[in-house]
Ligand binder design. Structure first.
Ligand SMILES: *Cc1c(COP(=O)(O)O)cnc(C)c1O
Length: 366
């Protein structure tokens, strides 16, 4: 049992709010898939999946097979798309009733063979089209051969055909994105022509939902927006922060002018100073680049900078000007702005800040 005061609180009210926001952005017939890869963007994928099951969303997606297996073992029954299945895991994918993305001829043939050996029909799979991201997916010149393969592999059921936008958040790339959307439209039509049923089509991630409402097709894939981040300040302000990282002050050191703090003595006290010792460090996801006053935490409603070098398990905070005592609450972040500040100072994006919170940190739904 982990009773540590260091906890990542997952705000279920914020989740409801964000879901409502995105449901209002899509047509009533458009299906909603929520992406809960990487522990639901660093939160808690089982807990989030349970909420989403109650909310009756249509689909879940994870990146890797083991993430889907964890969900099944926890009793989640929603359909789960595995975005990056690996041939080594196909047997597991099958056993746990997960739905693989088949993105090239090798994965298609290999999964097709497995399902045939099991004597099954209509096993749900998904076909990924590369429309310009150049990550996973079939290219336009694969289509002819792919059509023939789909005819051969009638025992597979293409639940969806999808693609991924490379720059849906970037207004400068509008032309490119619109080209991706129309290429996807055409390529998916060509494939659907060979089938006697209609798979779902989807291409939009969070920024796609916001910026390209015309590209909803039959489903959208919501990721970062669900966790509280839109593609600009305006959209983000309409969302609520889901993941709040909190802890408590372990100790307070009163140091004299001229003394130093932490490894390599990077913080030097210019006056008699008060230093709060906080029980989380870079092994918990507090990037070392946030040391030496770059990042801050909030104590008793005041911003307090990180003093000196970030340690593996601890950060020290300059609380010289803040009224506080041992055991007081520390908010590492509980607002999008704070996470965005961490991201900016460490040259990254909120996605990476959230997914970096290590599994050592306790999760709690509130
Ligand atoms: C991660 C991911 C998403 C979600 O993207 P967001 O920008 O977080 O909304 C959607 N589709 C695919 C294929 C992904 O890998």
């Amino acid at each position: 049992m982990n009773n540590s005061p260091t906890v990542l609180e997952i705000d279920s009210k914020a989740i409801q709010h964000n879901l409502r926001f995105f449901k209002s952005k899509i047509n009533s017939q458009t299906k909603l898939l929520v992406v809960i890869k990487a522990f639901a963007y660093g939160s808690d994928s089982v807990a989030i999946a349970k909420i989403l099951e109650k909310e009756k969303i249509d689909y879940l997606a994870v990146a890797y097979a083991n993430e889907g297996i964890d969900l099944r073992k926890a009793g989640i029954t929603l359909p789960i798309l595995v975005l990056h299945p690996q041939i080594e895991n196909f047997e597991n994918i099958f056993d746990y009733n997960l739905e693989p993305n088949l993105y090239n001829f090798q994965t298609l043939q290999s999964f097709g063979k497995l399902v045939k050996e099991k004597n099954l029909n209509d096993y749900p799979v998904h076909i990924k089209i590369n429309s310009g991201m150049n990550r996973l997916g079939f290219r336009i010149n694969d289509l002819k051969k792919l059509k023939n393969s789909l005819i051969e592999l009638r025992h597979l059921k293409m639940n969806s055909i999808y693609s991924h936008l490379a720059a849906s958040e970037d207004a400068q790339e509008k032309e490119f994105t619109q080209q991706q959307i129309s290429d996807f439209d055409q390529m998916s039509d060509t494939l659907i022509d060979t089938l006697n049923y209609k798979p779902l089509r989807h291409i939009s991630n969070t920024s796609g939902i916001i910026n390209y409402p015309e590209a909803q097709f039959e489903m959208v894939r919501l990721g970062i927006g669900f966790y509280g981040f839109g593609n600009d300040k305006l959209e983000t302000n309409k969302l609520k922060n889901v993941c709040n990282l909190k802890t408590k002050i372990s100790q307070i050191q009163h140091i004299d002018k001229g003394e130093t703090v932490s490894y390599n003595r990077k913080f030097k006290a210019l006056e008699h100073s008060k230093i709060a010792i906080i029980p989380l460090g870079y092994a918990d996801g507090i990037n070392r680049a946030l040391g030496n006053g770059k990042g801050y935490v909030t104590i008793n409603n005041q911003k307090a900078p990180i003093a000196g070098t970030v340690c593996m398990d601890i950060i020290m905070i300059d609380v010289t000007k803040i009224k506080c005592k041992e055991g007081d609450d520390v908010i590492v972040f509980n607002q999008q702005d704070h996470i965005l500040d961490f991201a900016k100072k460490t040259n990254t994006i909120p996605y990476e800040i959230l997914t970096s919170i290590s599994q050592r940190v306790r999760r709690k739904i509130v």
